[in-house]
Design a protein around this ligand. Sequence first.
Ligand SMILES: Cc1cc2nc3c(=O)[nH]c(=O)nc-3n(C[C@H](O)[C@H](O)[C@H](O)COP(=O)(O)OP(=O)(O)OC[C@H]3O[C@@H](n4cnc5c(N)ncnc54)[C@H](O)[C@@H]3O)c2cc1C
Length: 347
Amino acid sequence: MDAVTVVGGGIAGLALAARLDPRRFRVTIHERREELPPVETSLAMWPEAQQALDALGILPAARAAGSRFGGMALRDGAGNVFLQGQAPGVIGVSRADLLRLLDAAVPASVARAYGPVRSLPVAELVAGADGVHSLVRRAVWGERSRARLSPYLALRGIIDEPVPPDAGGEYWGRGQLFGITPASRNRTYWYASYRSDLGPGGIDVEGALAVTRARFSGSAPGIAGVLMLAAPGQTLAQRIWTAPPLRRYAREGAVLLGDAAHGMTPNLGRGAGEALIDAVTLADLLNSRPPAEALQTYSRRRVLRTQVLRAASSAMTRLALADRAQPLRDGLLGLAGPRKRSAAVGR
Ligand SMILES: Cc1cc2nc3c(=O)[nH]c(=O)nc-3n(C[C@H](O)[C@H](O)[C@H](O)COP(=O)(O)OP(=O)(O)OC[C@H]3O[C@@H](n4cnc5c(N)ncnc54)[C@H](O)[C@@H]3O)c2cc1C
């Protein structure tokens, strides 16, 4: 095999193209968009994802562009701290910076085609790196593998101010969560999630922000402060979709990676990191083994871990967004230690 067609030039697709041996493969990437995403968001990169960035030769640049997570507090909706933990070695990298770095790592020999792919390309190997709504997955794994709509809405964005003192962490309220973390260039990345009937397509960001401000109006002051500064042009609002569980990521002539293989809810902050690990694992196997063996081994190595993460992420979503079970959840979390009153509460 020497021709590889990659559908999707996002995180997974660019990383795969960057790592495949150009002396061995003729690679073409098909990407719908010519521009970087217009709204900046931040991605948590755990140590394993950073190993993949290292293999791609872009770890130092990603570290230089990113921000350290440092301590992370888990709080109740009012801001009182349930648990205070460290997230050693985790960095936050802006999606746009990551895409730029991956793009620059792709060898010049890789062909690029822009515009949406509308039917399964004919090639010796088609790599579906086309996200949670993957056309490759639906074409090869069947229509029953189409993405599933979750009942949750996610909003996220960057504000041009540092994290307010004693406001960082994740807030678990009743049926809603809010996160505040440092972003690159001394800014703040925030995200919010709750059940919503908005969308799934064409969500009006300004309206969604207004709903979010109203929902969180009685919450911790740190949240209100961040939401006050959130601008529609710097905010993304979308319903969360997930991929169905799969037992294999490779079938004759086709392979899935990233969200196309295991699109999960964002609550563990793992999707992008796992997409990078998929890409490096798959490329290294294709570079060194016969194609059929490489695809089988890739699937074996990646399915269990990513499907466990997918399930764990869904469980975390239900816990973080617990509604009627919220008092029980908070009571159990309280057993981990008495809740520490936040200095920001009641200010
Ligand atoms: C609210 C939220 C917060 C998140 N936070 C984190 C986090 O902190 N850390 C983390 O690791 N992950 C996070 N994730 C998950 C992360 O965004 C995804 O796992 C990651 O983007 C997957 O990368 P991918 O390349 O597989 O897919 P995508 O990023 O979806 O890229 C797919 C690419 O394929 C292209 N494409 C799709 N269909 C076609 C087609 N038919 N023809 C041509 N091109 C096509 C698209 O334009 C896109 O560029 C979050 C996700 C959400 C929704």
